[in-house]
Design a protein around this ligand. Structure first.
Ligand code: HEM
Length: 512
């Protein structure tokens, strides 16, 4: 990705706007005197760019650092956008539970406007009846417990294929790019579930490339979202790239839809109806069957929803598995303890079954600890307030953007003690902290109305893949690499993933 970091961009803007900025500064009143009501505290910003220049390459870390000085409810300005940064469990509860109805909206952004058909999907949709209807539709037809159960054969097949691939690599003593194979696994799995793509479709490679680029552009820092007046200049060239990508993606989505329509016309039998079939069966009907006045589902709705699901599911799932696997790989003690648990529950004569998962209590602790240190969406997806509100004595104006710093909460010494930076799953041994969004110390899937609706599917994939990787194989790092020194640097994007791929050699350990 060749997108500039927020700080680099802010610097260019600063130069561009320097003279205007000085003028503005000389004649404008200070921020506090402009706002008679008391905003939450925050650092002093620059005219026009606000605090954009301060964000750096890893904004969640910068904001965590600033919150130590300014407190758990901090106010900054990103360009012209008032932004509230929330950095403690108590504050998160105030925004996502007590006042969830006020903060459950999403800010407008250029990426979904251009690439997702004017935002007809769920994840970046403002709060309201349309969002509620799409969410319900997706939960019922793709993300419910019964649907997830129905997809079991697809999961078993795809994970089985990966294990065979790794077994062959083990026989040849090959070093494997674990990051890459995890992305491929998730792509194969999720494209089959969501888009009903077979493995050998001609468009497959192109589809993967396009989705990867769309996800990366959606996560890119886009100056037009923060200084809308500059949007027509498209300073970073992002809007142009988005339009281009959107056209190519539209062709592929149309192909997918046409294939499904053709199969339905030919009455070709399938082992299950995929999500495209379901959406097509709802075409020309009201979004909410109980409300005939709700929006009628058209082809663009179908395409927008499909793209949204793929984008929301893919990178989050792959990134989460990659982080947790890296932590296990780094720590021999944890790998051994996990393997012992799997040996006791599953035995050495077979792979892990989905029915084993509920008995793997140490695995659950490892996953919680992984999410604590590496929440894949460290600032969640931005929320936006729909009305003015006073919280803890601070005035939060309508249309404020809210970033909940889950990364900072997960590493807070006051919450997690002196070993807060250490990967130590045992901290959850006698604790009933869950990750379902009810305990604000650990909210990797968010909480409240906007909580991730794909959580159950995401967690199941995660548990199964990690369990399988650790049960079927021992893992050796490439020559010259020391486990404890495995690099754990982050890279900021739509999700925060590893800066570098992780490589290791599998050694098969089962008797079958
Ligand atoms: C380990 C995997 C996953 C993680 C860590 C994760 C995390 C998240 C987070 C943090 C949010 C934002 C919550 C907020 O803004 O308050 C979110 C939203 C969302 N996620 Fe996930 N997610 C995962 C997997 C999935 C999967 C598998 C799907 C779908 C198949 C999915 C679909 C969505 C959607 C549609 C939203 C937007 C919800 C809305 O705005 O109403 N996610 N996810």
């Amino acid at each position: 990705m060749h997108t500039m970091s927020p700080s680099a961009l802010a610097l260019i803007l600063l130069v561009l706007l320097a003279s205007f900025s000085l003028l503005f500064r000389a004649f404008s009143p200070s921020e506090s005197s402009r706002n008679f009501k008391k905003l939450p505290p925050g650092p002093r910003g620059m005219p026009i760019v606000g605090h954009l220049h301060m964000l750096g390459k890893l904004p969640h870390q910068t904001l965590a650092h600033l919150a130590k000085k300014y407190g758990p409810i901090m106010s900054i300005r990103l360009g012209s956008v008032r932004t509230i940064v929330v950095s403690s469990p108590r504050a998160a509860e105030l925004f996502l539970k007590t006042h969830d109805n006020i903060f459950a909206s999403r800010p407008k952004a250029q990426a979904p406007e251009i690439m997702s058909y004017g935002t007809k999907a769920m994840a970046l949709q403002p709060y309201g009846p349309y969002w509620r209807n799409v969410r319900k539709l997706c939960v019922v037809h793709l993300l419910s417990a019964s649907k997830i159960e129905q997809f079991k054969p697809v999961r078993t097949e795809e994970i089985g294929l990966l294990m065979n691939h790794l077994k062959m690599a083990a026989e040849k003593n090959e070093v494997v790019n674990v990051s890459k194979i995890l992305v491929e696994l998730l792509e194969n799995l999720l494209y089959r579930l969501i888009l009903g793509r077979g493995k050998n479709d001609d468009d497959d490679v192109k589809l993967k490339e396009l989705v990867e680029e769309i996800v990366s552009l959606t996560g890119a820092f886009n100056i037009s979202d923060y200084l809308p007046l500059l949007a027509p200049l498209d300073l970073q060239g992002l809007a142009r790239r988005m339009r281009h990508l959107s056209k190519s993606m539209d062709i592929i989505l149309e192909n997918i839809i046409e294939e499904h329509e053709q199969q339905n016309r030919d009455h070709k039998s399938k082992d299950h109806k995929d999500f495209v079939d379901v959406l097509l069966s709802l075409l020309n009907q009201p979004m909410n069957e109980q409300d005939e006045h709700s929006e009628i589902i058209g082809r663009t709705h179908v395409k927008s929803i499909l793209l949204d699901m793929v984008a929301a599911a893919l990178e989050t799932s792959a990134t989460a598995i990659e982080w947790i696997f890296s932590e296990i790989l780094k720590n021999t003690r944890i790998m051994k303890k996990l393997q012992d648990e799997l040996k006791n529950i599953v035995g050495m004569d077979r792979m892990v079954n989905e029915t084993d998962l509920s008995k793997l209590t140490y695995l659950d602790m490892v996953i919680k600890e992984g999410f604590r240190l590496h929440p894949v969406a460290p600032l969640l997806i931005p929320h936006e307030s729909v009305e003015d509100v006073v919280l803890d004595g601070f005035y939060i104006p309508k249309k404020s953007r809210v970033l909940v710093n889950v990364w900072s909460i997960g590493r807070d010494r006051d919450v997690w003690g002196d070993n807060n930076e250490e990967f130590n799953p045992e901290r959850f041994e006698n604790d009933d902290i869950d990750i379902n969004g009810l305990d604000f110390r650990l909210i990797p899937f968010g909480s409240g109305r906007r909580r991730c609706p794909g959580m159950q599917m995401g967690l199941l994939n995660l548990r199964l893949v990690i369990a399988q990787l650790v049960h079927c194989f021992d893992w050796v790092l490439p020559v010259g690499m020391v486990r404890e020194e495995l690099d754990m640097n982050e890279k900021f994007g739509l999700t925060v993933g590893r800066a570098n791929n992780v490589f290791a050699t599998p050694i098969y350990r089962l008797n079958c």
